[in-house]
Write a protein that binds this ligand. Structure first.
Ligand code: TRP
Length: 327
């Protein structure tokens, strides 16, 4: 039986991309698996952004992500929901991996290469070793199913590579090779600017906010400047691509028809998308707001999650230390 693991960085409130791409599909998988899945809030990864992120927001975002998982119905009795920094064992494993992975290869990671191009002077060592910590997140629990967005594929590749190198050196199959789990339609969700929705681009749709702000976000989705009367292209349009993921198929077909016929403005399409989002996530939004008001409950859930994760991590680490002949 395989184990599933995924993490969301606490750099912001979970947005629609996180929800459709990671939270919903992951919960579906956890319900199918017999054994516990690992879901964690990657606050150590978030810390890499300390230059642009207010430190006090990381903890707050941790609560937001925890509440989001719970609002979507994650069963925390069966599964393990925890804060990355609560299981410090992962940083020890990351160190071992540092010693096994060639520096030169790490310089090829997109996360580093892209930043290096834009602002070389601002890069910290944490950003450089980001994929190593991610490999430790996964391999510490020998997870094999990793639901992630498309931008994380290379990190999973690096993780497999590290596992292979380690296994070879040790001479046994200490680490299993993980695979990314992605669904074609949700591996990259369109943001309000037409590019992939991401926290760093600030182009997200956040459902865990007031109706008013949610509406404002949707109203600011970029479109071309075709008038109300003109025929529109439903195949290359941000509103449509989001609507398809939220609305039932008959309403999607209906909107497609209206696009092709004309006499249907983007404003109306945006309103329809807004209504659909409000309807679809009615229960989850309500639950989210009640969880977020109950920090002591969230603390308790995270505490119990950390305890379970730490227990497993400790045993694994002990075995890894022995395999490395450190003890
Ligand atoms: N890097 C991931 C992201 O930004 C978050 C993450 C950290 C993660 N560690 C992980 C995802 C381990 C899956 C598995 O989306």
């Amino acid at each position: 039986m395989k184990t599933m693991l995924t993490g969301i960085q606490s750099t912001g409130t979970p947005h629609l991309g996180n929800i459709l791409g990671v939270i919903i599909p992951s919960i579906k998988i956890t319900n199918k698996l017999k054994n516990a899945s690992f879901l964690f809030i990657a606050d150590l990864h978030a810390l890499i952004q300390q230059k642009i992120l207010k430190l006090e927001t990381i903890k707050n975002n941790t609560y937001q992500i925890t509440a989001a998982w719970l609002a979507f119905g994650l069963n925390t009795k069966k599964n393990i929901l925890y804060r990355q920094s609560d299981v410090s064992e992962v940083t020890e494993l990351a160190w071992y991996f540092n010693c096994f992975f060639p520096y030169k290869r790490l310089t090829l990671a997109h996360s580093f290469k892209n930043e290096k191009k834009n602002n070389y002077k601002k890069i910290n060592v944490g950003l450089f070793t980001y994929p190593i910590l991610m490999a430790a997140d996964i391999l510490l629990y020998n997870a094999e199913i990793i639901p992630v967005g498309k931008d994380q594929l290379q990190h999973i590749e690096i993780t497999r590579n590290i596992a292979n190198r380690f296994n070879k050196k040790i001479g046994k199959k200490l680490f299993l090779l993980p695979k990314a789990f992605m669904k074609k339609d949700t591996m990259s969700i369109t943001g309000i600017d037409g590019k992939k929705m991401s926290k760093s681009k600030k182009n997200w749709i956040n459902i865990f906010t007031s109706d008013e702000i949610l509406k404002k976000q949707i109203m600011s989705i970029h479109t071309d400047n075709k008038s109300y009367y003109e025929k529109k292209n439903p195949y290359n349009d941000s509103i449509m691509s989001l609507y398809k993921l939220i609305a039932p198929i008959d309403r999607v077909e209906n909107m497609k028809k209206k696009y092709l016929q004309g006499k249907y403005g983007y404003l109306e399409a945006k309103k329809a998308l807004y209504e659909e989002i409000i309807k679809k996530f009615y229960v989850e939004r309500k639950k989210f707001f009640s969880f977020i008001e109950n920090k002591s409950l969230l603390d308790r859930i995270l505490f119990l999650g950390a305890k379970k994760a730490k227990d497993i991590a400790n045993k694994r680490l002990q075995y890894i230390r022995k395999s490395l002949k450190l003890i």
